[in-house]
Ligand binder design. Structure first.
Ligand SMILES: Nc1nc2c(ncn2[C@@H]2O[C@H](COP(=O)(O)OP(=O)(O)OP(=O)(O)O)[C@@H](O)[C@H]2O)c(=O)[nH]1
Length: 475
């Protein structure tokens, strides 16, 4: 049975100067003949009149034809470039979908066809989704490399090494009675697999970077009530995203602002002031603050040294919370969750706030003494003092954590988990390479299958709907 032919507007919202309608599938040539009058020469922009079923003119524009399999989807594909008026595009889509075997595409369907026809692998499809979603330069660079096959090359290279190793082991079955040859092969394979395991370990060590670039570098702003957390978030975002008042405990939930710092998406979360509270809503906010801290790449601990001794006295406790965010101190049980696996290098900056109030208050040294802490930064959101330095410092930390966007590193949790799975099997084999060759070959096959799931060659059916639903219609 022939696949449906699919059609969709592939450019953004209407009206627009130009709109591109894409059509892919077996009915493309017929659609071109009916609407544009002929099938234009392949891969050449051709000026045509586009006509509806009654031959009435819809618009004049450019028709492009790509014969399968040399097209992005691997099937016959056409593009109609026309004026981006709502009625213009609606008339063309109506004409198209009235043709036999033609329907509107669902989200991500063009890319899914490209994957199913072997034009791209799953990591390249994911890269395309990220490229469309990219908001910062770092995200764009990483996504364009991945869409171009950077991760595919790494994983396919590893799969080839595994396949080669298996072939060597299987061939050695034949030499089983010539003991020495079999042993030599086993040793060669084991040393190559040890190198592969090292490569995988290096790759996994960089997993956090890709995830930081893709999802953003997470900064939690914490501190005692009234320390100036909301004011800092507002100053950073340069707009009123958080409510600022003089009543302690205003911020009861988590408020976020995302900034592009040097090409890296940095997500700031303002949290409820950390303190023991009897107010139930605020208690939830405090609990969320702990969760935000646990997930953060960087925690900014804000301290207003002029505050009454109460909160100051609790600063030691506050830093304990920050260092062990899931520790529920002062309760019957102490629960300490391990840090998130991809984020073992969570950093902390102590920030002294409201420096403009200093003359009336405390000198920096006295403030540090009283708080038993060295401040990494000092700011005033009122005068702007110290703000540029603080932002630069955060940008530097974010850039270090994100690493080089052009390097092929695991970008999604899926990548990290599947590479870890493959590595686990490989390590099992390496722990005892003297296992019978049949068993060794089977272990290497299992490791290869995990990598095959990464590129989409093995057992990913249930994943495909999730991955392709990230796309918009027309992609
Ligand atoms: N003079 C001066 N006042 C500040 C500065 N930053 C914040 N404030 C004031 O300090 C008070 C508390 O500020 P917020 O930003 O609401 O403090 P918060 O830490 O978010 O407070 P909660 O949401 O209650 O936890 C407000 O009255 C602010 O105007 C500053 O740099 N200088």
């Amino acid at each position: 049975m022939l696949a449906d032919t699919i059609a969709a507007l592939s450019t953004g919202s209407l009206p627009s100067g130009v709109a591109v309608v894409r059509v892919s599938g077996p009915a493309v040539r017929e659609a071109l003949r009916r609407i544009a009058g002929d099938v234009p020469p392949e891969r050449r922009a051709s000026l045509r009149s586009f006509r509806g079923p009654d031959r009435r003119l819809i618009d004049r524009g450019i028709a492009l034809f790509f014969a399968g399999p040399r097209s992005v989807t691997g099937e016959d594909l056409a593009e109609f470039h026309l004026h981006g008026g709502r009625a213009v595009v609606a008339a063309l889509l109506e004409t198209l979908t009235a043709l036999p075997g033609m329907r509107l595409a669902v989200a991500g369907e063009f890319t899914r066809r490209a994957f199913e026809n072997g034009r791209i692998d799953l990591t390249e499809a994911e890269g395309l989704a990220d490229l469309l979603a990219a908001e910062t330069e770092g995200q764009r660079r990483m996504a364009v490399a991945q869409a171009g096959g950077a991760l595919r090359a790494v994983y396919e290279g590893w799969m080839q090494r595994l396949t080669h190793a298996r072939a060597m082991i299987e061939a050695s079955f034949d030499f089983a009675d010539e003991g020495d040859v079999g042993a030599d092969v086993g040793a060669d394979v084991a040393s190559d697999m040890r190198r592969l395991a090292e490569d995988m370990r290096d790759h996994l060590a960089k997993a956090g970077r890709g995830e930081i670039l893709r999802e953003g570098y997470k900064v939690a702003i914490v501190g005692a009530p009234n320390a100036g957390k909301s004011s800092l978030l507002n100053a950073l975002a340069d707009r009123e995203v958080a409510i600022v008042t003089e009543i302690p405990g205003t911020t009861r939930d988590v408020i976020q602002a995302t900034l592009d710092l040097g090409g890296i998406s940095v997500r700031f979360s303002d949290t409820a002031g950390i303190r023991e509270t009897t107010d139930q809503i605020e208690a939830i906010g405090v609990e969320r603050a702990r969760e935000v801290m646990a997930a953060a790449d960087l925690v900014l601990v804000l301290v207003d040294p002029d505050q009454a001794p109460g909160p100051l006295a609790r600063l030691g406790e506050l830093l304990t919370h920050v260092k062990h965010p899931m520790m529920l101190a002062g309760r019957d049980e102490v629960v300490e969750a391990p840090p998130p696996p991809h984020n073992p290098r969570r950093q902390i900056l102590t920030v002294r706030t409201k420096t403009d109030m200093s003359p009336a208050g405390l000198s920096a040294e006295t403030a540090e003494e009283r708080n038993d802490v060295r401040f990494d930064a000092a700011i005033s959101t009122q005068t702007g003092e110290g703000m540029v330095a603080l932002v630069e410092r955060i940008a530097t930390l974010a850039a270090e954590a994100a690493g080089d966007p052009d390097e092929a590193v695991p970008v999604r949790v899926r990548h990290r988990e599947l590479v870890s799975d493959a590595l686990r099997v490989l390590d099992q084999y390496l722990a005892d390479p003297s296992v019978p060759p049949e068993v060794a070959a089977e272990m290497l096959r299992m490791a290869g299958d995990r990598l095959g799931a990464l590129t989409g060659q093995v057992g990913v059916e249930e994943l495909l709907d999730v991955i392709f639903s990230e796309f918009c219609i027309g992609k």
